[in-house]
Design a binder for this molecule. Structure first.
Ligand code: HEM
Length: 156
């Protein structure tokens, strides 16, 4: 395994935990905010920023691996037709990349809409909907045995 490949896989694998932790905190705070009718706080703003920044980092590393580093996606790109017939290749070349790009787009759109909304209940609601859908899509695309693709939870 080339060292650049192992470095990017390592970063992409660990950054997944930052995304998941920040995502859960963002959503839990929105639910709490809605149920106890509290103001949208600066800590919520901070965790939303951490969630979005970690997603942007994941997108950047993902695109680098997808087009230049991963032997799996390079093989898929060299014969896309054949890759579509192989479920593991298709998972990386299509499902994982595209569903996650959509999820990141939804989280980004949500954050813009939250900024535009000026009452706290509306901010909580928009956070819950947009980040909630994004997090569900991200969870569905983490390779944990579904679709025949399994990867370590913790990469060393
Ligand atoms: C929130 C978004 C994402 C999460 C949580 C995520 C998570 C993961 C995880 C856990 C792995 C396995 C790493 C390992 O083997 O240790 C992986 C691999 C990979 N991801 Fe992502 N990913 C995300 C977004 C993306 C995006 C947007 C792309 C491409 C545009 C992408 C491309 C890849 C590639 C190419 C691999 C490596 C395949 C190989 O083993 O060669 N990922 N991702």
């Amino acid at each position: 395994m080339s060292s650049l490949y192992s470095i990017t896989l390592f970063l992409h694998s660990w950054n997944r935990w930052l995304i998941l932790i920040a995502g859960v905190i963002v959503i839990a705070a929105a639910i709490r905010g809605l149920s106890s009718k509290t103001e949208y706080s600066s800590s919520q703003r901070k965790w939303s920023l951490i969630f979005l920044s970690s997603l942007h980092l994941q997108l950047l590393i993902g695109i680098l691996m997808y087009f230049f580093i991963s032997p799996i996606t390079m093989q898929a790109l060299s014969d896309f037709g054949a890759a579509m017939k192989d479920s593991a290749l298709r998972f990386w070349a299509v499902e994982h990349a595209f569903v996650n790009i959509i999820a990141i787009g939804l989280a980004q759109a949500g954050s813009i809409l939250v900024k535009k909304q000026n009452n706290s209940a509306g901010k909580h609601k928009r956070t819950l909907i947009w980040s909630g859908i994004a997090l569900l899509l991200i969870l569905a695309m983490i390779p944990m045995g579904m679709m025949g693709v399994d990867r370590p939870w913790f990469r060393f």
